[in-house]
Design a protein around this ligand. Structure first.
Ligand code: GLY
Length: 571
C-alpha cells in the first residue's frame, strides 16, 4: 500500500508519496501522486486554467514541449476525461471558441445529437406527462457523444501528433491518480446511483468508502483511450468502443446505434461576435444560446452608466437581473439548433430590438415575468470549462459537459466512461422545466439528429483585435449570466481577475421569476432587492469560472475558481 500525507497549505492541497516518480506529461513533468492546487499563475509564455490541477499541468507540459494552445486544449480535455469524471468526458460533448495567432476567430460545435430513434414525446407517459428522471438518468438520457469528434477537429490547428496529446490521459487512467477530499466525497455520494444505473461494475465502485489520498485506476478507460490513440476517431465511433456502447444500450434499453455513432460529425460554426464598449466579444452560436444571450444582455446594459452604480450595488444588480430576465425569456421561445429550427438570430440581437426590450425597465422597481414575455413580434449543472493561451497569441476557450454531474450515471461496460444525460437539455414538453428549471418549446423540441439547446458560453474577449480575456464556466443555465457578470466586473467595474472570479454571483432566468444568489451575496443587497419587489432565493455555488487575462505588459494572469479544486498553471 502506498502511503500518502495530506497537508493543507492555504488554499493548496499537497499530496506526498515517497514511492512513485512522475509518470505523465511530456518528459514525465506531472506527478499524479504528489501535486498541489494553484489558484493563480502570472506567467509570460502560456497558461491553462481548468477544473483539475493534473489537467492544467498536462496542458502546460504540452506547451512547454512545443505545443500551442490548441494542443494544450486537446490534452487538457483528455486529461479531464480521466481525472474529472463528473464532467470531463469522452461520453459527452462541448463547444470551443478560439482565436488563432493569425487573428482568425473560430467556433467548433461538438454538442451531442439526438439518436435517430429519438422522438419528440419520448420522455412522456401515455397521459402526455413528463416521466420524471428519464431524460436525466440511465441509458435513454444519453445523446450521441461528440467530444472525440471535436478533439480530432481541433487537431486542425494543433502542432503535435495526437498520440502525444492523449498519452498523459492514458497514463493517468492506467496508472491512476490520487484523489482529493472533494473527489472522495463526490464519489461516495454517487454510489447508490452507480448501483442503480449500471449493468456492469465500474471503476468508481469499490465496496468501501473513498478517502482523500486513494488512487483511482481506470483500466477500461485506458484501453478505450488506447484504441482512440491507435485508430483515431474510429477508435471511438467504430470498432470495439462503438460495439461496447451499443451493447451497453441494449442492456439498459437505450437507443444509440452503431449508425448513430458512425454518422456523428463535429461542425465548425461562424463564431457569434459583437462589440461591447470597444471590446470584441467572441462567443458560441447555436446550438448554444451562450453567445446570443451574452450579446443580448450586454447590449441591454451598454447604454446605462453601470460603472457609476458600483460593483454589486442594488442598482447594478437590478439592471443586470432585468437584462437576464429578458434574454432568458427569448431563450425559452426562440432558441434551439439552427440546423433544425429557424432561429431569428438577426432580430434577437438587433440593437433597436434590445433597446426597445428595456423600455419597461424601471430602476428600483422589480420587473415581472408575467409581464415580460418572449419579445419578438410573431415571425446540471455539471459541465467544465478550460481556458488556454500561448505566447503566439492563440487562445482557446472550451466548455464541455456530461450535463448532470457524472452525466446519466451510466458507465459503458468494458469501455469505462460515463455517458451524458444531455437529452434533458431538449424541451421534453413545452413549458415543463428541465434539470435547470429552464422551459422551452418548439425551437428546442426533440428530433432525430438534432442537437439540444445549450447554455455553454466559452468566450474570448479581444481588445484591438488582440486577446484580452479567455473566460468561461460550467453551471447549466447560469453559465451565460456568470460570464456576463465576470466580463462586466472586469470591464466596467475594474475588478481584479480574482475578485471577478471569486465574487458572489447572482442569476435570473425569466422563469422561475426569482433572483438566485450565492450564500456570500451581500445581505444588504438582498434586502434592497426584496424592497424593490424581487423574490431573492439563496442557492448553492454558481459556476466555476476560469479566466485568463492578458496584462498590459503582455504577460498572462490565469485565475482558477475557488469554488472547487480548479487550478491555474503556466510557465
Ligand atoms: N448541459 C448544460 C448546457 O449545455 O447548457
Amino acid at each position: 500500500m502506498r502511503r500518502f500525507y495530506l497537508f493543507l497549505v492555504g488554499t493548496a492541497l499537497l499530496f506526498s508519496c515517497h514511492t512513485t516518480k512522475n509518470i505523465v506529461g511530456a518528459n514525465g513533468a506531472v506527478n499524479p501522486y504528489q501535486y498541489n492546487i494553484s489558484k493563480k499563475a502570472t506567467v509570460a509564455n502560456g497558461a491553462v486554467a481548468s477544473a483539475h490541477p493534473l489537467a492544467s499541468k498536462v496542458g502546460v507540459a504540452v506547451m512547454k514541449n512545443g505545443g500551442n494552445a490548441f494542443d494544450a486544449a486537446v490534452a487538457t480535455q483528455l486529461a479531464l476525461a480521466v481525472v474529472y469524471p463528473n464532467a470531463g468526458n469522452i461520453g459527452g460533448g462541448g463547444f470551443l471558441v478560439g482565436r488563432r495567432s493569425n487573428g482568425e476567430t473560430v467556433a467548433l460545435d461538438y454538442r451531442e445529437s439526438a439518436p435517430a430513434a429519438a422522438s419528440r414525446d419520448m420522455y412522456l407517459d401515455a397521459g402526455g406527462n413528463v416521466i420524471e428522471g428519464r431524460s436525466i438518468n440511465g441509458h435513454l438520457a444519453a445523446g450521441v457523444p461528440g467530444t472525440i469528434a471535436g478533439l480530432f477537429e481541433t487537431m486542425k490547428y494543433a502542432k503535435l501528433p495526437f498520440a502525444k496529446l492523449i498519452q498523459p490521459a492514458i497514463d493517468l487512467a492506467e496508472k491512476g491518480y490520487v484523489i482529493t477530499e472533494r473527489e472522495a466525497a463526490s464519489l461516495n455520494s454517487l454510489q447508490a446511483e452507480l448501483k442503480k444505473y449500471n449493468t456492469t461494475a465500474t471503476a468508481f465502485q469499490k465496496g468501501i468508502q473513498w478517502n482523500a489520498g486513494d488512487t483511482l485506476i481506470q483500466t477500461d478507460l485506458a484501453n478505450t483511450l488506447k484504441r482512440i490513440r491507435d485508430n483515431g476517431a474510429a477508435g471511438f465511433y467504430e470498432g470495439q468502443t462503438a460495439a461496447l456502447i451499443v451493447e451497453e444500450m441494449k442492456r439498459g434499453s437505450g437507443i444509440i446505434t452503431l449508425n448513430d455513432l458512425k454518422s456523428y460529425t463535429a461542425k465548425w460554426r461562424e463564431p457569434h461576435q459583437f462589440t461591447y464598449k470597444g471590446y470584441t466579444i467572441v462567443g458560441m452560436p447555436m446550438p448554444s444560446s451562450g453567445g446570443t444571450l451574452l450579446h443580448q444582455m450586454m447590449k441591454m446594459i451598454e447604454d446605462k452608466p453601470i460603472a457609476t452604480y458600483g460593483y454589486n450595488s442594488p442598482d447594478a444588480v437590478q439592471l443586470m437581473v432585468e437584462a437576464e430576465r429578458r434574454a432568458y425569456a427569448d431563450r425559452a421561445e426562440y432558441m434551439g439548433d439552427a440546423d433544425f429550427y429557424k432561429v431569428p438570430q438577426v432580430q434577437l440581437t438587433d440593437d433597436a430590438y434590445l433597446k426597445e426590450r428595456m423600455k419597461d425597465y424601471r430602476p428600483g422597481i422589480a420587473g415581472s415575468s408575467q409581464i415580460t414575455k418572449p419579445g419578438l413580434k410573431k415571425v446540471s449543472e455539471q459541465t467544465t470549462h478550460l481556458s488556454v493561451i500561448d505566447k503566439d497569441g492563440n487562445c482557446v476557450s472550451v466548455t464541455t459537459t456530461l450535463n448532470n454531474s457524472y452525466g446519466s450515471k451510466t458507465v459503458v461496460g468494458g469501455a469505462g466512461f460515463f455517458l451524458n444525460d444531455e437529452m434533458d437539455d431538449f424541451s421534453a414538453k413545452p413549458g415543463v422545466p428541465n434539470l435547470y428549471g429552464a422551459v422551452g418549446g418548439e425551437a428546442n423540441a426533440i428530433a432525430p439528429g438534432k442537437r439540444m439547446l445549450s447554455s455553454m458560453a466559452p468566450t474570448v474577449v479581444l481588445q484591438n483585435g488582440k486577446p484580452f480575456l479567455v473566460v468561461g464556466t460550467p453551471g447549466g443555465t447560469t453559465i451565460p449570466t456568470s460570464v456576463f457578470q465576470t466580463v462586466v466586473d472586469i470591464v466596467d467595474f475594474g475588478l481584479s481577475t480574482e475578485d471577478a472570479v471569486y465574487g458572489p454571483k447572482f442569476h435570473h432566468q425569466w422563469l422561475p421569476d426569482e433572483v438566485f444568489v450565492e450564500k456570500s451575496f451581500p445581505t444588504a443587497v438582498r434586502s434592497a432587492l426584496q424592497k424593490m419587489g424581487y423574490t431573492v432565493t439563496e442557492r448553492g455555488s454558481i459556476g466555476r469560472t476560469e479566466v485568463i487575462k492578458v496584462l498590459p505588459n503582455g504577460s498572462f494572469e490565469a485565475v482558477a475558481d475557488n469554488r472547487g479544486d480548479d487550478d491555474a498553471e503556466g510557465y
